[in-house]
Design a protein around this ligand. Sequence first.
Ligand SMILES: [Zn+2]
Length: 145
Amino acid sequence: MDACRADGLSPVICSAYRTREKQERLYQAEVERWQDRGYSQDNAKAEAGKAVAIPGTSEHQLGLAVDIVDINNQHLDETQESTEVQKWLMEHSWEYGFILRYPNEKSEITGIIYEPWHYRYVGREDAEQIHTLGVCLEEYLEGTF
Ligand SMILES: [Zn+2]
């Protein structure tokens, strides 16, 4: 955060550690959003799980993830990727042990939508490898690259 600010940018952490209760509330609200659109409970849960981690599986609940946005665009959507803060983070986060956890075009592998704001700590060495190889965490851990 200090290095990003030193380059004249304004990153904002909008989500960090979450309790299980908080994750359950977020997940349940997302399930209800899909049910309101006419989805059955099972289908609503399947859709909700692509955008909000099932309680017990969130990296925020684990304490290893932060959502970071640009002060000039605090929307959690794909417009985030073209902000100056995200461009900076995508280039430099590995230097601090963080990876962009749910990259574009990896949703089929991660099971999670593209989230150009969600960064996970994996440690400096692994973050550098993942960044250099251009793979997602699943590919890296399974050696499928
Ligand atoms: Zn997140």
